[in-house]
Design a protein around this ligand. Sequence first.
Ligand SMILES: [Zn+2]
Length: 193
Amino acid sequence: MNVDDKKITASPFEFIAGSLSLCFVDTLGGRGGELNERLSCDRDFANWLQAAGLTIALDHGDLDQAKLLRTAIYEVCRAVVSGAEINAFDLETLNRFAVVPPLRPQVTNNGRTEYTAEDPFSAALSTIAEDAINLLSGEFRARIRICSGCQMVFVDKSRPGKRRWCSSAFGCGNKAKMAARRQRAKISRISNF
Ligand SMILES: [Zn+2]
């Protein structure tokens, strides 16, 4: 599933990580400092799914399970990025979520896609786990990155593959650019004396 360039406005969620599963990981923001939990209740998870384009009737679920999957994907990505061995527990957790049947698409009268499943909550987690597994076993595995500023996980799909920041247009990349500019200005002021 590709959520590239999906711009959601009027939503607390961002979809700038380049894949469904990594956008899900980023529902816990600020891992580099003050945590920003964007999934506080089941409704938040349903809203996130809808914002991601996975409209489904979701009446109940165990949010702790969703967070368990989220942590497992994050930890597996962290190991891949650093070249460390992947923790067996994290890998087993990720694979376990993918075992149950994922969300299935249904077309509506006006041509929109909605999703269905016998157990919508588990199916949604299975769909997210499947996306992570496809990422980890596909051509973009080597392009998984962690922003050096905010620790956001993303997949670098740029042609040169040299993206270091969560977003080049704003956020950490911009902050780093401004800091470099200030540093250069300081050096040139000092060298004027
Ligand atoms: Zn960042």
